[in-house]
Design a binder for this molecule. Structure first.
Ligand SMILES: *Cc1c(COP(=O)(O)O)cnc(C)c1O
Length: 423
């Protein structure tokens, strides 16, 4: 039996309708931007394995750091204990995060990072004795699949079975070009009509919505409105963090600082599941009290896992090398050239870029749904041609590992051009 055949006996895959989808491809090896399946077919990983892997597969530098940590202290509980790797991650993040961030809380994945942020926003006001229970989020947001994160998410595919079971969330339009004023007014209205605790947003790029982009000035204005109304702001940088937008964090473009930041995905270079939520001193102080009831009663068994911390430290070291910064600029330049070439194509609606993120919207006769027929056709074409890309409806995006070579990038572009001709 092949791995593919064995897989279907017991395994249940994420976001998968097993009756209609093809069996998953069994990957046996990865190196740099490349993956090989059990038949030794080669694939270019053009989406960094769901945006987690900026430095390439089987990275030796991170692997060595993990091995060293595993053979020194693999794990210790973080309740009542601490350790150097966690302290070092905190110190390192303080150097690179927006200056107002002062406290960091560990968890395991992007959804839990968001879950923590939303719970903190709600308990912040509970602790102050103020009734504020509504969370504000963007239309078509994606913040993860646990309950509070899902409540904040606006893509119906992920949430439709659970409507009516969520915390209170109200949605405002994304301030894409031309819609800024509408978005600002919506936020002001929402704040007037509800007891709002927090506003959660994906800064500058909505990943799962299909790399929808908006300007830093618009986000700064939305944050300012929240500040005037004492609504806590939560920047979900799970996708955008650690260089993807061309700066370390998307918030580095924005002339306003959030109260909380959620990090995961590229945090450990795609090696060990880990997430962090960061906070201002003001937020922390609302929990700091003689009364134990005001503490944050949230934790996960593997909180601040030392091995994960060692991977995070090695990853941030890699990100900060000149070589990696040059790579990010190089990929951005390549994207800009490809955009010029492709945006006038009769089948292209628009192409957009931020940092290493590239997205192209393809014309379609019908309104393409998230997992619609065009998406399936495109996806299969890419896989046949040895390129891992997961289109969102009629939107094809690239989010390559930073170490992807120019040659590999050109192959990805060429395959996308062929796909556009094909559909
Ligand atoms: C992926 C993602 C999440 C959820 O992260 P998981 O690790 O999949 O739980 C949350 N927010 C954003 C912006 C994401 O892209």
């Amino acid at each position: 039996m092949t791995l593919q055949e064995k897989d279907s006996r017991y395994l249940w895959h994420p976001y998968t309708q097993h009756k209609t989808s093809q069996t998953p491809i069994a990957i046996s090896r990865g190196e740099g931007a490349l993956l090989w399946d059990e038949n030794n077919k080669e694939y270019i990983d053009a989406i960094a394995s769901w945006w987690v892997n900026p430095f390439g597969h089987s990275n030796k530098f991170i692997a060595d750091a993990i091995y060293k940590q595993l053979t020194t202290l693999e794990h210790v509980l973080f309740g009542g204990f601490t350790h150097e790797p966690a302290i070092k991650v905190a110190e390192k993040l303080m150097e690179i995060l927006p200056k107002n961030q002062q406290k960091i809380f560990f968890s395991d994945n992007g959804s839990t990072a968001v879950e923590v942020a939303i719970k903190v926003a709600l308990q912040y006001f509970f602790n102050k004795g103020e009734k504020r229970t509504t969370i504000i989020a963007f239309e078509n947001a994606f913040h993860g699949d646990t309950f509070a994160a899902m409540a904040a998410s606006g893509i119906s595919f992920y949430t439709q079975a659970f409507q009516g079971m969520f915390i209170d969330v109200v949605r405002i339009p994304v301030p894409v070009k031309g819609q800024e004023q509408v978005s600002f007014e919506a936020l002001e209205n929402v704040i007037q009509r509800n007891n709002c605790a927090g506003f959660i947003f994906e800064p500058l790029v909505q990943g799962a919505a299909g790399m929808v982009m908006y300007e830093p000035e618009a986000l700064a204005k939305l944050i300012e409105i929240c500040k005037e109304n004492k609504v806590l702001t939560i920047a979900d940088e799970v996708m955008t963090g650690f260089g993807k937008t061309g700066k370390t964090f998307a918030m580095d473009y924005v002339d306003a600082d959030p109260d909380m930041i959620c990090l995961s995905k590229a945090l450990t270079g795609g090696t060990i599941p880990m997430a962090i939520t960061t906070f201002t001193q003001k937020v922390f102080d609302a929990f700091y009290d003689d009364d134990i009831n005001k503490a944050l009663f949230h934790g996960h068994t593997f909180t601040a896992n030392p091995t994960g911390c060692a991977a995070a430290l090695a990853s941030i070291d890699l990100l900060q090398t000149d070589e990696m910064q040059t790579n990010i600029e190089r990929i951005n330049k390549n994207h800009l050239e490809f955009q010029k070439k492709i945006e006038s194509h009769p089948k292209v609606i628009t192409a957009r870029i931020l940092g290493v993120i590239f997205a192209v919207e393809i014309k379609s006769d019908s309104k393409e749904s998230y997992y619609g027929s065009m998406r399936t056709k495109l996806y299969n074409f890419f896989i046949e041609n040895g390129v891992v890309l997961r289109p969102v409806g009629n939107i094809v995006y690239i989010l390559p590992p930073y170490i992807m070579t120019n040659e590999q990038l050109q192959k990805v572009y060429k395959t996308i051009e062929e796909a556009i001709e094909m559909v």
